[in-house]
Structure formats: structure tokens, C-alpha cells
Design a protein around this ligand. Structure first.
Ligand SMILES: Nc1nc2c(ncn2[C@@H]2O[C@H](COP(=O)(O)OP(=O)(O)OP(=O)(O)O)[C@@H](O)[C@H]2O)c(=O)[nH]1
Ligand SMILES: [Mg+2]
Length: 293
């Protein structure tokens, strides 16, 4: 039996989280059209008769000196060398430039087998395909280079075949029914962050973080009670999240509720959602320490 860890690496918005969700068949990692959605290492686990692949979804690698970006780069780098394989995802719609070269160099240096995937094949032109393939062939001459569409579930079987070829023999690291290792509070806060981003797409995607202030679960009455806070950077942004007559926060709450409820089948869920301003959290060591724990 085969068993190994796979780091999913690529630039922001390449489709890494979408792919991890498609492979596991579960909503493991939140996604959005806005770059830099993923902030932590998120494990998604795939098991079949061949063995087990433990994927680590990482933050998109973005060249920038800002503190939050530096933290996200660290998360990505730290996951590179301690994995058995790297799944390098390239967004085929974008011409590979300086940032893609930086990512490719970093991966090549890791000394770990690489499976390279050109994603978004459903919308690629012939030129896109040639561009991306040329770029990868030159840098990873001995690696398989595949085309796939993470959102359309195309080419995913081939990716699994190549990964199972390069990972070592071993026992399962997780029970065969496990598909993620995230704790409950983290999953819930991520769902709320995704719905906030989806509702307010262009207005304040990077300026929020979500915290679960309190969560109670009564097994006896099958009730779950959650109080969560959407923290934003400025007082003025609170109004945007709440929206006119509370329409935005209602939408965020409703969408979050629907998805969180699936985590607690058969239970009665109460979700109390609040908005607070926490100025300068993006440069606060205390907050960043909590987010990138
Ligand atoms: N057309 C198309 N869109 C895709 C595909 N895969 C992902 N997307 C879209 O690309 C956007 C980014 O996807 P994510 O999965 O969040 O990307 P990511 O690489 O995890 O991004 P970060 O977490 O920001 O680094 C979303 O709008 C996805 O729906 C694909 O195969 N085809
Ligand atoms: Mg992501």
C-alpha cells in the first residue's frame, strides 16, 4: 500500500483549493475568485484501494514584502520540503511571468518529486496551453505535465495516478473515512469568511478575519450554539459588511448557516453573527499569531 504527503503549490487563484475539494469530494478548503483566499496549511485526505494521499493546500505564493504576505509565504515554504511529492498547479490562463518563475524555482530547489498540472483547461486557448507547457517542460524536464480542470473535475484521475507513482510505500496515516484534520472552530470560521468574501467580493476581501467567540454543543438536546465575529480593519467597513438594512450580514448569515448545518446533521443550530472593527490587525503580531498558528 502507498501512503504519502503532497503539497499543493502555486500562485494565488491557480485553483489549488478547488482541486483539493474536487479530489476529496468534500468542501475542505474555501475558495473564491479573489487571490489569496487560503491563509493556512489545510489538509485534505484522499484514500482508495491504492493507499492514501494527504494533501496540504497552501496559500498562493505571492511576491510581496507585506507582513501578512510574508507569513503566508512562510506557510508555503515550510510545507515544501517535508512532503513526499509536490503538486504544482499553474493557472493556464495567465502568461507565466516573474512570480511564476519564483514559484517554479522554489519548487525545483525542494528536491521532491513534482507533478505539474496546467489548470483551468476548460477555458484555455491553444496559445495558453503551449505557453504553459513550454514553461514547465523547460523547468521540469523529468516530471509529468498534465492538463486538468479542477472545477469541472477533468483530468483529476490522471493526477492521482501520477502521484501514487511517486509516493512511498506505507501504512495509512489517517482512518480511511477522514477527509480533513481541521478543528471544528477553524472550519466554521473559514465558512463564514468564504461567505463574507462571496457577498462583498470586491469591497474588502483581505481586510477581514473571523473568530469564533463561543461555541456550545449539547448532545442531550442536540443543539449547537455559535457566536462568531467578523473582524474588519476600520470602523467604516463595518457598515459595508452589515449593508443597508442589514441585508449583507443577513445574506452572509444565511449562506453560512446552510453550510455549517451540514457539519452537525440532525442538530438545531443557532448562529449569532457580529461585526467588529479591529484596527491594524494585519500588522498585529497577536492576531497574526492566532491566524497562522
Ligand atoms: N474555469 C475554471 N475556473 C477554475 C478552475 N479551478 C478553479 N477555478 C476558479 O479559480 C478561482 C480561484 O480558485 P481557488 O481554488 O480559490 O484558488 P487557490 O489557488 O486556492 O487560490 P488562493 O487560495 O488565493 O491561493 C475560483 O473562482 C475558482 O472557481 C478550473 O479548472 N476552471
Ligand atoms: Mg486557496
Amino acid at each position: 500500500m502507498k501512503s504519502g504527503t503532497v503539497s499543493v503549490i502555486g500562485r494565488p487563484s491557480a485553483g489549488k483549493s478547488t482541486l483539493v475539494n474536487t479530489i476529496t469530494g468534500m468542501k475542505v478548503s474555501i475558495t473564491s475568485p479573489v487571490p489569496q483566499t487560503t491563509r493556512n496549511k489545510i489538509r485534505g485526505i484522499y484514500t482508495d484501494q491504492r493507499g492514501q494521499l494527504v494533501f496540504t493546500d497552501t496559500p498562493g505564493y505571492h511576491l510581496s514584502g507585506k507582513e501578512i504576505n510574508r507569513r503566508m509565504q512562510e506557510v508555503t515554504i515550510s510545507s515544501l520540503t517535508d512532503s513526499d511529492a509536490i503538486l504544482y498547479l499553474v493557472d493556464g490562463t495567465r502568461h507565466p511571468g516573474t512570480e511564476e518563475e519564483a514559484v517554479a524555482d522554489m519548487i525545483a530547489k525542494a528536491g521532491v518529486p513534482v507533478v505539474a498540472v496546467i489548470n483551468k483547461n476548460d477555458i484555455l486557448t491553444k496559445n495558453n496551453r503551449e505557453d504553459a507547457e513550454f514553461f514547465l517542460r523547460e523547468r521540469f524536464p523529468s516530471s509529468p505535465i498534465l492538463f486538468a480542470s479542477a472545477s469541472e473535475d477533468e483530468g483529476v484521475d490522471e493526477i492521482l495516478i501520477e502521484l501514487f507513482k511517486v509516493i512511498p510505500e506505507g501504512e495509512l496515516m489517517y482512518d480511511e473515512n477522514t477527509y480533513t484534520d481541521q478543528d471544528l472552530e477553524f472550519r466554521i470560521s473559514e465558512i463564514i469568511r468564504e461567505k463574507t468574501m462571496a457577498t462583498l467580493s470586491d469591497e474588502l476581501p483581505h481586510t477581514i478575519y473571523v473568530e469564533i467567540e463561543d461555541m456550545e454543543y449539547s448532545e442531550e438536546s442536540q443543539e449547537v450554539w455559535i457566536r462568531a465575529v467578523i473582524n474588519t480593519e476600520r470602523e467604516g467597513q463595518k457598515g459595508i459588511i452589515v449593508g443597508r438594512g442589514g441585508e449583507n450580514i443577513k445574506r452572509i448569515r444565511k449562506a453560512s448557516f446552510k453550510e455549517i448545518r451540514r457539519i452537525f446533521p440532525g442538530s438545531k443550530l443557532t448562529l449569532d453573527l457580529r461585526v467588529k472593527a479591529d484596527p491594524k490587525w494585519r500588522s498585529s503580531d497577536k492576531v497574526l499569531g492566532r491566524i497562522f498558528r
